[in-house]
Design a protein. Structure first.
Ligand SMILES: NC(=O)c1ccc[n+]([C@@H]2O[C@H](COP(=O)([O-])OP(=O)(O)OC[C@H]3O[C@@H](n4cnc5c(N)ncnc54)[C@H](O)[C@@H]3O)[C@@H](O)[C@H]2O)c1
Length: 415
């Protein structure tokens, strides 16, 4: 008789949107054959309690992370708290004997990277970083094309990411709007993009010249309040957000904000916002590849355009995630071969779930035994570190001027 497989006993820390959905409700709905949620931790127990109901779990709640680890001894901890708190929770989880899945970005400073890497080496446990964009169907197809040599050796990349007035603005409503919590969007958001580049190109970035300015949100607004719910400008503000119209977010954040003051609809025009909203970077890779990158946070479209230029052709993708016209339920990758080699149009269908199926593919890869990682999509702490270092170099360059070399930021990792 086949022996019953032991399920992974996991604990969740951080019960905001990401913890509650991706690593709570959805994980249990699709992968409960492989995992069992044994404990839930959040400093805000009212939010944790609501999250537990939304997840459909009966796991015990904790505000004290160490008590949860000591009492439950989980074999996996999934970290879904704000970015600057990841390192502390990751290290404590590793020291308790658990493996860790950290939400991206893995962390926000070189010192925190070093702490995580040291603890991982010392404990012999494993840190996975949740780079779900590697798993989106178009990313996987592009990686295959590059590895097959469809355009010969890649020499440069044009990569432009657009966040729309809804998603982009959301980062200016919360803790992400402050460098000390998010490392700026060069780290918080671009960690996905720099990781994609590192993975696609199979090389490390070595030098970055960045520009970043706050041109739209923060002090640029024509008026401001504390938060949308109490603002006198709701009728005239393009960014008015009625939290009560979103039942899920309202339940998870509004009443629980009475516990910790964490409001979900703070004003995007607050004068103390200190991160750029308009960013570009030129990146040089060790392999010699040059990258031209940009990130804009107030566009009428959401999505990205990427092109790989090689000695024997070019690969293009324009992926829309939200736009004021309709697009087919598939994305078109165009492979244009040089020297009359022809053009191939490859349609990649969207799959169900977040990131056009990337979230589901990543959970399959991590939790289904025997998954074949032929494209090396599963990301560990080194990948987590390299994309953060690239973002920190871009940020430093944008603030201090001049190009910034990556190796001196973290010589142990970026050799
Ligand atoms: N991979 C992706 O596509 C993706 C998408 C969204 C968010 N994320 C990441 O997920 C993480 C969480 O994002 P979110 O939007 O859910 O954040 P959030 O702010 O909505 O929720 C974070 C929760 O963590 C709790 N918390 C804060 N510090 C804590 C601590 N020390 N111990 C225990 N609980 C603590 C807060 O009370 C809050 O409930 C972030 O790192 C974010 O970058 C990743």
């Amino acid at each position: 008789m086949e022996q019953a497989r032991q399920r992974i006993r996991y604990a969740l820390v951080g019960t905001g949107n990401r913890g509650t959905t991706m690593w709570g409700r959805e994980l249990l709905a699709g992968w409960s054959e492989f995992v069992e949620l044994v404990g839930i931790c959040d400093l805000n127990l009212m939010r944790a309690e609501r999250a537990r109901t939304m997840i459909g779990s009966t796991a015990p709640l904790y505000a004290d992370f160490d008590a949860m680890l000591a009492e439950l001894n989980p074999s996996l901890v999934i970290v879904c708290t704000p970015d600057d708190t990841h390192d502390d929770l990751i290290v404590r989880a590793l020291e308790s004997g658990a493996d860790v899945i950290s939400e991206k970005p893995m962390t926000t400073t070189p010192e925190k990277i070093a702490r995580i890497r040291e603890a991982e080496a010392r404990t012999g446990r494993r840190v996975d970083v949740s780079f779900n964009y590697r798993f989106s169907p178009t990313s996987a197809r592009i990686k295959e094309l590059i590895e097959e040599g469809a355009i010969g050796e890649v020499t440069s990349v044009d990569f432009h990411w657009y966040l729309d007035n809804q998603h982009g603005a959301d980062y200016f409503r919360r803790w992400h709007a402050f460098t000390k919590h998010s490392g700026s969007l060069f780290v918080h958001k671009a960690t996905h993009h720099f990781d994609l580049l590192n993975w696609y190109l199979d090389s490390d970035p070595v030098e970055v010249k960045g520009f970043g300015q706050l041109l739209h949100y923060g002090p640029n607004g024509p008026f401001r309040g504390e938060r949308c719910r109490t603002c006198p400008h709701t009728g005239e503000c393009d960014y008015y957000f009625d939290l009560s119209s979103d039942k899920f977010l309202d339940t998870l954040y509004e009443e629980p904000s009475s516990v910790d003051g964490y409001v979900r609809d703070a004003c995007v025009f607050r004068e103390d916002i200190d991160i750029p909203d308009t960013m570009t970077a030129s990146i040089l890779y060790r392999s010699g590849v040059q990258v031209s990158y940009s990130l804009n946070t107030y566009m009428p479209i959401e999505g990205h355009h990427i092109a790989f230029n090689g000695h024997r052709g070019r690969i293009e993708l324009r992926q829309y995630e939200r736009q004021p016209w309709s697009v087919p339920p598939a994305d078109e990758i165009v492979v244009i071969k040089s020297f009359g080699g022809g053009t191939e149009h490859i349609w990649v269908p969207h799959e169900p779930g977040g990131h056009y199926g990337g979230d589901n593919r990543m959970r399959d890869m991590i939790f289904k035994p025997g998954s074949n990682d032929r494209l090396r999509q599963r990301a560990g702490s080194r990948a987590g570190a390299m994309s953060v270092l690239c973002g920190l170099a871009a940020l430093e360059s944008s603030r201090a001027g001049g190009a910034v070399a990556i190796t001196p930021l973290s010589p142990e990792i970026a050799r």
